[in-house]
Ligand binder design. Structure first.
Ligand SMILES: *[C@@H]1O[C@H](CO)[C@@H](O)[C@H](O)[C@H]1NC(C)=O
Ligand SMILES: *[C@@H]1O[C@H](CO)[C@@H](O)[C@H](O)[C@H]1NC(C)=O
Length: 323
């Protein structure tokens, strides 16, 4: 009798644990009951769709083509504060897209740093952007603006990694540790109510330094244009998956990177704000020291949102196209 009750309790507990660990399936755009498809999309060779948005000079006429990769919890609707005059003067075509699982792009449960790069390549091929284009990424690319850093990169010295990691609040440290060491628990971690998880999602404004707060204030004065559908397919395949992919083991080591433009046919820039509280400067500064072909711009009074400040956005684009 007791044994049976124990077994029933254990089974109940297991199924409850399973339910709390297992993320719900995403609501796929265009599927029955899912959100509608309102944007143009390309179909990738593996059958997934990527939604995109074009801006600026038509691609057939443009002198420069830039693919913009959005950051965490954002989408192809992000608006860059670049003036119409600059767009025309430099003849720029911009291509924005929703990364997998965001907005109207299909989720991709095996998303990784590498698959994100292949998605960009395939998108550029399908839209016939040509073999030469620029990338501005808040994740990775050729103009890396406050790019993601990984605290477990094997070639990062422990003292540098520690110095950066200690800058984060305890809740974020724990969240990144769970993502890296026990990714199978990540959904539970992000949805449990006992401990604070990711501070950016909890709306913790301490994450933003004074220069960031100024930008947030300015952005809030103009009506927010269409970011609300960013997570419409579910938070797991958009937000959680970003952190999981970011803190998984990478397919390459940054120390093995070589200059992709040995004859100066292009350039790689890395922009980092000294006042960035989300991506601590220590690690990107170290990478730039080790890879001297990267043009490193450490902006003293800038934070994480520097790309959304008009002067800096223009400077980032000019350095990339003309530098
Ligand atoms: C990290 O340690 C190395 C030697 O192990 C030392 O040369 C370097 O100055 C240290 N860097 C920092 C930022 O503490
Ligand atoms: C982007 O804006 C368009 C047009 O306003 C809207 O239909 C779409 O849902 C928005 N996408 C996201 C991800 O918010």
């Amino acid at each position: 009798m007791y044994a049976e009750i124990a077994v029933a309790l254990a089974a109940g507990l297991l199924s409850w644990a399973y339910q709390t660990i297992k993320p719900p399936p995403p609501k796929i755009c265009g599927s029955p009951g899912g959100p509608p498809i309102t944007s143009p999309r390309v179909k990738l060779s593996d059958g997934r769709h990527l939604a995109y948005r074009e801006m600026g000079v038509p691609k057939e006429e443009a002198k420069h083509k830039i693919i913009v990769i959005h950051g965490f919890d954002n989408s192809k609707n992000l608006s860059l504060p670049v003036s119409q005059e600059t767009i025309e003067e430099l003849s720029i075509y911009f291509l924005f897209f929703d990364r997998a699982g965001y907005g109207e792009s299909d989720p991709y449960p095996s998303r990784s740093v590498k698959s994100e790069a292949y998605d960009i390549q395939e998108l550029a091929d399908q839209l016939q952007i040509g073999s030469k284009f620029y990338v501005i990424g808040m994740l990775s690319g050729a103009s890396l603006v406050v790019p993601f850093v990984h605290y477990w990169w094997p070639s990062l010295p422990a003292n540098i990694s520690r110095e950066g990691f200690q800058k984060l609040c305890t809740a974020d440290q724990r969240t990144f540790q769970v993502a890296h060491h026990t990714p199978w628990l990540f959904y539970w971690w992000m949805t449990q109510k006992w401990f604070p998880s990711l501070s950016i999602m909890a709306g913790n404004m301490n994450l933003f330094s004074p220069p960031d707060m100024e930008i947030i204030k300015k952005l809030s004065e103009t009506p927010k244009g269409g970011q609300e559908m960013t997570r419409q397919q579910g938070v797991h395949e958009s937000l959680h998956r970003d952190i999981l992919a970011g803190y998984a083991k990478w397919e390459f080591d940054f120390m093995d990177l070589t200059n992709p433009f040995p004859n100066n046919e292009g350039s790689v820039h890395l922009w980092q704000g000294y006042e960035d509280r989300i991506i601590p400067f220590q690690i990107n500064r170290y990478i730039a020291e080790k890879l001297p072909w990267i043009h490193y711009h450490e902006v003293p009074d800038a934070g994480h949102l520097m790309l959304f400040k008009a002067e800096l956005c223009e400077a980032i684009i000019r350095a990339l196209l003309l530098g």
